[in-house]
Design a protein around this ligand. Structure first.
Ligand SMILES: Cc1cc2nc3c(=O)[nH]c(=O)nc-3n(C[C@H](O)[C@H](O)[C@H](O)COP(=O)(O)OP(=O)(O)OC[C@H]3O[C@@H](n4cnc5c(N)ncnc54)[C@H](O)[C@@H]3O)c2cc1C
Length: 414
């Protein structure tokens, strides 16, 4: 039997977390390798070229909290141009329904925020749907927004977790794509693709990692796969880690998907505009008209609708978006829209969803997941962050803190 290769640290997954951890560990001169199941790196960050000659992000796109987001500095260092145009997420109701309706919506939003703040102080957690005003005019819209933000309807969202989330409300984008930025940051790192980790045996002094390409051993391991994959035992831990598995069950990945439509012609002329398909139902899309000024409409679907659309296939997803856009702009737009790219993160075998969402009663599971095991087996990634979860910068920061801990343990103080 061939001897297994030995490392100081093995990292499972080359998404935002795996790349960030590897960069830090390699800089500390540790013998490190990243094992990535796919034939590409980036994970849920995935920039693809399109027929309109522009790259688009099928996964993460916005550098949220951009003024404190480590990826912003990396972008500048690597020469990536940032689009700092602020999104118009909060001002769209006026376009759909006029100023009076917008005022009513803003008032309802403030009341909903207050309800969250009060509920978060209570000793018990509850689903965010419990805070909706009975019969409220905008309840379906609140639910639709939750499907985009959390990948899940409000009845699956923990109030306490939602209140823990923090951001600076500064949102930027990379013209070349968030996924492309991560690929550039990963250049030169020891990443082995098409290497599927199947088991991690931590019963011995050195941890044994079994893959489709043979075994490796390491002093420490960082696992960055999504919570849905942990929950479905896609990697077998020996001995098992029931507390980690339970935490992952409490933090399932919600589903959000994108579909990009090339737009021919000059109408609609607006750029950077965000619109909502319908404000009176949960099953509706969020539409970006001409992001970066490009001739494209980006459709965003979340929750149950998104799951159904990805099962039905890219053409069905596009057809749903085109129907809603025709409802806004008239039937004339139909012939000028053409599907150029779409995602299916829910059925993706190496993601099984888009971003983690704590079920009611499970906000504290993030801390459980982030807790090191024997100071040598670490979990990192977006779901491990208490207050930035669901984002690429949370993946970065949780991974860097695991890497720093490992460096303190493995690298003797000079
Ligand atoms: C549609 C969509 C829109 C989003 N929008 C934004 C946004 O605008 N801004 C933002 O900040 N975030 C956004 N996100 C979330 C963001 O993409 C994620 O939070 C982040 O990329 C997660 O990084 P990660 O390293 O934690 O996990 P991942 O990117 O999932 O990395 C884990 C890696 O592990 C690999 N893997 C899985 N199983 C195995 C195995 N058995 N063996 C080896 N490798 C394995 C996977 O292939 C993957 O590469 C979005 C996500 C989606 C899907």
């Amino acid at each position: 039997m061939a001897a297994s290769r030995d490392f100081d640290v093995v990292i499972v997954g080359a998404g935002a977390a795996g790349i960030a951890a590897c960069r830090h560990l390699a800089a500390a001169k540790l013998r490190v390798v990243v094992l990535e199941a796919r034939d590409r790196i980036g994970g849920r960050a995935w920039t693809v070229p399109t027929a309109i000659g522009k790259p688009i992000d099928l996964g993460c796109e916005w550098l949220h909290s951009a003024d404190i987001n480590p990826w912003s500095e990396i972008a500048v260092t690597l020469g990536f141009s940032l689009d700092k145009m602020p999104p118009d997420w909060t001002s769209r109701i006026a376009i759909h329904h006029g100023e009076d309706a917008n005022n009513d919506w803003q008032r309802a939003r403030e009341e909903f925020e207050e309800a969250y703040e009060c509920a978060a102080q209570l000793p018990y957690d509850q689903p965010a749907s419990a805070l909706l005003p009975p019969g409220g005019r905008w309840n379906k819209l609140f639910d639709a927004i939750s499907t985009w933000a959390n990948g899940a309807e409000l009845d699956c969202v923990s109030v306490k977790d939602r209140q823990n989330y923090d951001n600076t409300s500064i949102n930027w984008r990379c013209y070349d794509g968030y996924g492309a930025l991560m690929n550039a940051y990963a250049a030169g790192l020891p990443i082995e693709r098409e290497t599927v980790v199947r088991a991690i045996d931590h019963s011995d002094r050195r941890i044994r990692i079994s893959t489709n390409r043979g075994d490796l051993t390491a002093a420490a391991v960082i696992v960055t796969i999504s919570t849905s994959l942990i929950a479905e035992d896609s990697i077998r831990f020996i001995p098992p880690l029931p507390q980690v598995r339970e935490a992952a069950h409490g933090l399932p990945c919600g589903v959000a998907n994108k579909c990009f439509l090339a737009l021919d012609g000059a109408n609609p002329p607006e750029t950077y505009r965000h619109l909502i398909g319908r404000t009176d139902r949960t099953e509706t899309g969020n539409y970006q008209i001409r992001p970066h000024g490009w001739p494209v409409i980006s459709c965003y679907f979340g929750g149950q609708l998104s799951l159904q659309l990805e099962k039905d296939g890219p053409e069905a997803m596009a057809a749903f978006g085109i129907d809603e856009l025709a409802g806004i702009y008239g039937n004339e737009i139909r012939a000028r829209l053409r599907l150029i790219a779409s995602s299916a993160w829910g059925i993706d075998p190496f993601a099984r969803g888009s971003y983690s969402c704590a079920l009611p009663g499970h906000a504290d599971d993030r801390a459980i997941l982030a807790r090191p095991i024997d100071d040598r087996l670490f979990f990192a990634g977006e779901a491990c962050s208490r207050d930035q979860f669901g984002t690429a910068h949370a993946a970065f920061t949780t991974a860097v803190s695991a890497a720093e801990r490992i460096i303190r343990i493995l690298v003797p103080a000079s």
